[in-house]
Design a protein around this ligand. Structure first.
Ligand code: MG
Length: 388
């Protein structure tokens, strides 16, 4: 159960200096943004929270999806070809496998990230203001962090540390190996970020993140507020100086992002369609200059079937692009897989709207899928480009 908490009503007061290393008791307080400015002690607002999940008497069944038979019909190849052993040309097919629901009972799941050292997956349950942990060894599910400041996207850096985007914190944080939390970015140009959504880390340690306004649009997935940033940007945090710079500023709603395994391409989802029917619902690809900290040569990589959108994207070691699909035609709910040149290879059909996905497993060949109220997993015949 979420404890009642308060935060400052004055967002421009920086209680916590950026990149402050928070330790011990101070970390426990600051990690949740719980603090009271002495000069504003009389004006605090409750931290956004939602009632605990309803205990269902008929939860969705765990295990292989109902009606599964090998080869699993939830996998659909986009390739036309002669009958073959499984969907032709679609690398999701590992043969003796099926799409499984491995956990359920969330209000809205996003931001999966796999920790190889612990063999567990973390992911956000945004409205419930918590980060969940799914342990791969015995399927155990537990709460990793609550309140999570309505965290959304999570990723892991090359040193195995958790990077988290927070809606109500309006910041990007790093959980250090000792459990303390470092604020990586909470402002640009002296103004608060909107609501960081998703992040990736390049090998040089730079953190790239998107900053749409979804997390401040209401009181369900964050705390309602007016944006302070003029635009919804994609940012890069310099690994040495900590400086936050704009990488791209022409997205309607920048959302999920991923980097190709050779670090030469950056993929970014634009879910601007949520703001109006003429706005984009697609993935753009850029040439990435990691050393220079910039991108160029923007192209539309893949259009999504409106009114569906793609919220999350990941690459495998061969450079294929895997993305979520949801909010539109139920027949499109799930995952799509494209070649690096943008050719659709196939789909994984999931019985819920899908937001985000991440490769995991000891062999990096298990695709975890955050689908609304449930976590799904499917073994594939490829490996994710995840690091470490
Ligand atoms: Mg997202």
């Amino acid at each position: 159960m979420t404890k009642p908490l308060t935060i400052s009503a004055e967002p421009s007061e920086p209680f916590l200096a950026r990149r402050t290393l928070l330790k011990g008791a101070a970390a426990a307080v600051a990690a949740t943004g719980v603090t009271v400015n002495a000069t504003l002690a009389a004006s605090v607002a409750p931290l956004g929270q939602t009632g605990a999940p309803t205990r269902s008497t008929a939860p969705l069944p765990l295990g292989p999806l109902p009606g599964s038979r090998y080869p699993d019909s939830h996998l659909e190849s986009a390739k036309k070809g002669p009958p073959s052993f499984g969907p032709p040309g679609f690398p999701a097919f590992a043969g003796t496998m099926a799409v499984e629901r491995v956990a359920t009972g969330f209000r809205w799941a996003e931001g999966p990230v796999y920790f190889p050292a612990g063999r567990y997956l973390l992911f956000s349950d945004i409205p419930n203001n918590r980060i969940m942990r799914f342990s791969e060894d015995d399927g155990h599910l537990s709460v990793y962090r609550q309140p999570s400041m309505n965290s959304n996207g999570n990723t892991i850096d090359r040193e195995g540390r958790l990077i988290t985007c927070e809606h109500s914190g309006r910041r990007v944080t790093r959980t250090e190996l000792d459990g303390s939390i470092t604020i990586i970015a909470d402002k640009f140009n002296g103004k608060r970020l909107n609501s960081p959504n998703d992040a990736v880390v390049t090998a040089d340690g730079a953190i790239w993140f998107t900053d749409p306004a979804y997390g401040i649009g209401g009181f369900y997935e964050g705390i309602k507020a007016d944006p302070e940033q003029e635009k919804k940007n994609v940012y890069r945090v310099d690994p040495k100086s900590g400086e936050v710079k704009v990488v791209v500023d022409d997205f309607v709603e920048p959302n999920g992002l991923a980097i190709s395994p050779d670090e030469k391409k950056l993929y970014i989802c634009d879910t601007g369609f949520t703001d109006g029917p003429d706005n984009p619902s697609h993935i753009r690809v850029f040439d990435l200059d990691v050393a220079g900290g910039k991108v160029s040569n923007s192209k539309v990589f893949a259009d999504m079937p409106k009114p569906g959108i793609t919220d999350g994207v990941r690459c495998d070691t061969e450079g294929r692009v895997w993305c979520s699909v949801g909010w539109g035609d139920t027949n499109e709910d799930g995952v799509r897989c494209y070649t690096a040149s943008g050719e659709l290879l196939g789909k994984i059909h999931i019985p819920e709207t899908v937001a985000n996905l991440a490769f995991g497993g000891q062999q990096r060949n298990r695709l975890y899928i955050c689908g609304s109220t449930s976590l799904y997993a499917v073994y594939t015949s490829v490996q994710g480009a995840m690091k470490p």
